[in-house]
Design a protein around this ligand. Structure first.
Ligand code: IVH
Length: 694
């Protein structure tokens, strides 16, 4: 090859690789395989090795540049990098509108653009003649830190714009602006998507390294340190939303058009933004995202409502560092810091000791939080959580509040490291630890704290479903010594129940005690006919929830047969590993539990197991397929859906992976839905599932 043709091949390779990089990292829609991409890249590297003088800053090999010196240089921004005033709810947003309407009544006819407000790190990117030459943090709004070397490693940042010239010329014509300005400075938010963050923390945990507190701090920390190789190893991406400065060319004068323009240049731009004719519509849209914020792949702390006409917005001026032409419509906070006053320990129904945080009361998303879970004792040690620490607490949706970790920067030296208890806080017996598990247990079958939880679980809806047997009545029955184990429920007399009902606060009762007692007796009687799976789940064996209980009930005739199974027998059953198997054998080996079984049998609570798998198999249409169920299905319970899939030869697992064939989607799905979408797993509903089986 002649030098000239090699040179043009080199230029072509750069364009191609930058284009495929954009397809992959910005559009999430690659058009070549990873192997083909790698081939192009190695060809480029070969040429650069021969001709080092050809290498330019927009070459994809320059993403990992040289380390900056021992500190960041300062960069003066070409225009102030402004912040935003906050609105907490619709009223605040309307008040903002009133304020600016008084300044300029053209606001009445203004349009509004609503965009997500990403919780990340604000970055400013400079392009000269279309080439990325410098990137900076926001700093104080006037001067930022030069983090170019780190930003180069972020693949979503185009090194050369436009990435697709044809696409860009079409849009720039539509928007009646010319070519790319000779000097263009844009602003965006760098962040780590939630899923990638969780994966990163999982990897760090597996490697025994310290995990990060939240995506925002991780993104900011990774960009504001001096090793670009570390930045490169973090899953940072960004979304761009503003043109800070343009010289030698024209850019659109409306926010809505700016977003399209930036997108056409090859920048990643949100697809959640919308434009509205009235503020009320804009508010309504922002509010819908408040409810759906978990559908966003990144953490957003609100939506930004912007006046679309950027000339009008600029004329409105600013208050301090906040422009009048836009407002942050904040979502209620989910993470706050507060003081950890004490660590308490609760005893669960299986005897698990769970530490919880007693907090300086704090409001999170409209609720006062005084307690938060600390998961387990290992968690406290791993995160080095100390009594007296300032801690970051999260409360989101249905999840119970939990302590994310300590704010170590706020330590005074008076914080006290925590030692887990060696005895059960409820009964004083020594606690035990099982091989391979993180939890500590109180194994005293007579522990009163456990007994209450045990009975509560036994009577619950997913278990024996004894309607009307509330926690208060359970406590009274235990206090009076009428219930010493779950089997005692079946020998209760009308008098026993009457006494418990009358002792508890009667004023709130709508029914006379006699009626309550009769109903309860009938409910207890009715529970005797629950299927074996329910009874197994009701026993509260460590590791045995509804799903495992259903598996066991499919394999064993009755509780006698199950009690004779060995750890090896149990492990033959799919979905049962050594820990669960040992938990089961351990449970049936205990004298106290054997007594309970004998009493249950005597009381006639002795259901027979379902048919064996082979007998109940209806077809094998699902053989080799793996299903995951998420959310509430319209007609079936989880158990029923699982049984249906298995009866047609399919497998049901708990977590979504690349190997998952189908996600069966119900109402209010969890994170499995997001994960399935991200992995491209096929998603079906209950109806479709039924049709597939024919
Ligand atoms: S507009 C005049 N738009 O939120 C422009 N900011 O609390 C002012 N942010 O410092 C900013 N997403 O770092 C704007 N779509 C978005 C944003 C956004 C995140 C950040 C930005 C700013 C902070 C203000």
């Amino acid at each position: 090859m002649t030098t000239d043709s090699l040179r043009s091949r080199y230029e072509e390779l750069k364009v191609q690789i930058n284009f495929h990089n954009y397809r992959y990292h910005v559009l999430d829609a690659p058009v070549i395989s990873d192997a083909e991409f790698d081939r192009l890249l190695s060809e480029l590297k070969r040429i650069e090795a021969e001709h080092p003088d050809w290498v330019t800053p927009d070459s994809p090999t320059q993403r990992a540049g040289a380390k900056p010196a021992d500190r960041f240089e300062k960069v003066r921004h070409p225009a102030p990098i402004l912040s935003l005033a906050n609105a907490f709810g619709a009223e605040d947003a309307r008040a903002w509108f009133e304020r600016i309407r008084k300044i300029d009544d053209r606001v009445e006819r203004a349009k509004f653009v609503v965009e997500p407000k990403i919780d990340g790190l604000s970055v400013v990117l400079h392009y000269r003649d279309g080439v990325f030459v410098q990137g900076a943090t926001r700093g104080d709004g006037e001067v930022g830190e030069d983090i170019t070397a780190n930003l180069r490693t972020v693949k979503a940042i185009p090194l050369k714009i436009p990435v697709e010239s044809k696409e860009f010329s079409v849009i720039s014509k539509q928007l009646s602006v010319g070519g790319v300005p000779k000097y263009l400075v844009v602003r965006g938010e760098a962040f780590i998507p939630i899923q990638e963050f969780e994966e990163l923390n999982r990897r760090l945990e597996e490697a025994g390294e310290k995990t990060y507190l939240n995506p925002r701090n991780t993104a900011a920390g990774s960009l504001r340190q001096l090793d670009p190789a570390l930045t490169a190893s973090r899953p940072i991406t960004l979304l761009v939303y503003q043109i800070v400065h343009a010289e030698g060319g024209t850019v659109p004068a409306s926010q809505w058009e700016i977003l399209q323009y930036l997108k056409a240049l090859g920048f990643p731009v949100t697809d959640v933004a919308r434009r509205f004719d009235t503020l009320e519509e804009a508010i309504a849209y922002a509010e819908t995202w408040d409810k759906r914020r978990d559908d966003l792949p990144y953490e957003a702390d609100g939506m930004v409502i912007k006046i679309d006409d950027l000339n009008l917005a600029a004329e409105l001026g600013f208050v301090g560092k906040d422009p009048r032409g836009a407002i942050a419509f904040k979502f209620p906070a989910r993470e706050v810091t507060t003081t950890l006053k004490e660590i308490g320990v609760a005893v669960g129904r299986t005897g698990v000791l769970t530490p919880y945080a007693v907090l300086e009361p704090v409001e999170i998303g409209g609720v006062i939080v005084e307690r938060a879970t600390l998961h387990n004792f290992d968690y406290i040690a791993e995160k080095d959580i100390r009594v007296g620490d300032r801690v970051l607490v999260k409360r989101a949706g249905e999840v119970i509040p939990y302590v994310i970790g300590p704010v170590t920067e706020a330590r005074t030296g008076r914080e006290k490291p925590y030692k887990p208890p060696q005895t059960c806080p409820a009964c004083g017996q020594p606690v035990e630890h099982f091989e391979g598990e993180v939890a500590w247990y109180c194994v005293n079958a007579a522990c009163p704290a456990q007994l209450i939880r045990n009975v509560e679980h036994f009577v619950s809806r997913g278990a024996m479903d004894i309607v009307g047997m509330g926690i208060k009545i359970v406590e009274k029955l235990i206090e009076a010594g009428k219930v010493k184990d779950v089997a005692d429920l079946y020998t209760l007399t009308r008098e026993d129940i009457l006494e418990a009902v009358t002792k508890k606060d009667r004023k709130t009762e709508k029914q006379p005690p006699g009626k309550i007692a009769d109903n309860l007796l009938a409910a207890i009687e009715a529970s005797k006919t629950r299927p074996l799976a329910r009874l197994i789940a009701a026993l509260g064996i460590r590791g045995v929830g509804e799903v495992v209980a259903a598996d066991l009930a499919g394999h064993f005739e009755d509780l006698d047969a199950l009690s004779k199974a060995s750890v090896e027998d149990l492990q033959q059953i799919e979905g049962i590993g050594p820990n669960i198997a040992e938990g089961i054998v351990d449970w049936f080996g205990r004298e106290a539990n054997r007594k309970v079984l004998a009493k249950l049998k005597k009381a006639g609570v002795w259901p027979r197991g379902g048919k064996s798998k082979a007998e109940s198999q209806k077809s094998d249409v699902f053989t080799g397929l793996t299903f995951v169920i998420t959310g509430t299905l319209p007609a079936w319970s989880r158990e029923e859906a699982k049984a249906f899939i298995e009866s047609h030869g399919g497998k049901v697992t708990d977590s979504v992976s690349k190997k998952t064939s189908y996600l069966v989607l119900g109402e209010n799905p969890g994170s499995k839905f997001e994960k399935a979408k991200a992995l491209g797993v096929k998603i079906i509903g209950e109806e479709e599932l039924r049709k597939m089986a024919g």
